[in-house]
Design a protein around this ligand. Structure first.
Ligand SMILES: [Zn+2]
Length: 281
């Protein structure tokens, strides 16, 4: 099916997923990306606090205004400290996905440690919303060899963690395709690599970012236009602490307006896209 046109629901030409990683303080606090002693950097932590205090509200308002259901991947640590926010995201019909407990790197965890992290956050979701997550986005880059198998065992239906295609695909186990769907995203669809910035600890490490917003919007629009042309699955990966600021939320609104100016685009959650793919491909 390499060049075959993908059939999307309602004869849509392409699929779009708007996903938001609600990392909060976790990416600044736990030594991610080598931020040793992250808890000592009070100002960095406050970027994560700003996310839950201000940015989520703007994202929810924007999605509501355009009638879009998004997918929010939330570390359990953030969820249990922001229960009203989680309830609100859920009650608006958006999807909540698993994103570790404190945004741990999975690749250097044992199987048992990974299982513990997965269970811990699932319990938090169940307690707050009554529903466990069915989707998973690996925090901090990579997962370990056994992670996808463990996710299947734990009842997950899909992941949006990898970069291996511009369409969903079935994850292979021992050479066999499975029902566990991967919805890959790409760095060029990620607001973080284009705009996230902190002076100290340095983010990005070599410094020199806060890209021009028109340029970033142009990147996103060109990417969408390409996915639309070829009929693919355009999975944007946003971070409310990056895209939810007063200036950048306007960038996201322009992007949404551009996407919605095409009548034949299926904007869906990760779970909906994974279910569709499993049934049809
Ligand atoms: Zn994250």
């Amino acid at each position: 099916m390499e060049n075959e046109r993908i059939k999307w629901p309602d004869d849509a030409r392409c699929a779009v997923m708007l996903s938001f990683d609600v990392d909060g303080e976790t990416t600044w606090a736990n030594g991610n990306r080598g931020f040793e002693g992250g808890n000592n950097f009070i100002r960095s932590l406050s970027i994560g606090q700003y996310e839950t205090r201000r940015c989520i509200r703007r994202i929810l308002d924007l999605l509501g205004k355009y009638g879009i259901k998004g997918t929010f991947y939330v570390p359990g640590w953030v969820a249990e400290r922001n229960e009203p926010m989680i309830r609100e995201i859920f009650s608006h019909g958006h999807e909540l996905g698993h994103h570790g407990y404190t945004h741990e790197r999975f690749y250097d965890k044992t199987y048992e440690e990974q299982a513990e992290i997965i269970d811990r956050s699932q319990e938090i979701f169940k307690k707050i919303t009554g529903k466990a997550a069915t989707g998973f986005r690996t925090p901090s880059g990579d997962w370990a060899e056994g992670t996808p198998g463990l996710l299947v065992k734990k009842g997950f239906k899909y992941s949006s963690s990898m970069r291996g295609d511009d369409r969903p695909y079935r994850t292979e186990f021992e050479g066999q395709e499975s029902d566990f769907i991967e919805i890959p995203t790409r760095w060029e669809l990620d607001d973080y690599v284009q705009m996230a910035y902190n002076l100290y600890p340095a983010e990005p490490v070599g410094q020199d970012r806060i890209s021009g917003y028109d340029n970033v919007l142009d990147n996103f629009i060109r990417e969408f236009d390409g996915y639309y042309r070829y009929g693919l699955c355009c999975a944007f990966m946003m971070h409310p602490q990056v895209i939810g600021t007063p200036g950048r939320i306007l960038l996201l609104e322009r992007l949404i307006r551009h996407i919605q100016s095409h009548p034949d685009v299926w904007i869906a959650t990760g779970e909906q896209i994974a279910d569709w793919w499993r049934e049809n491909y």
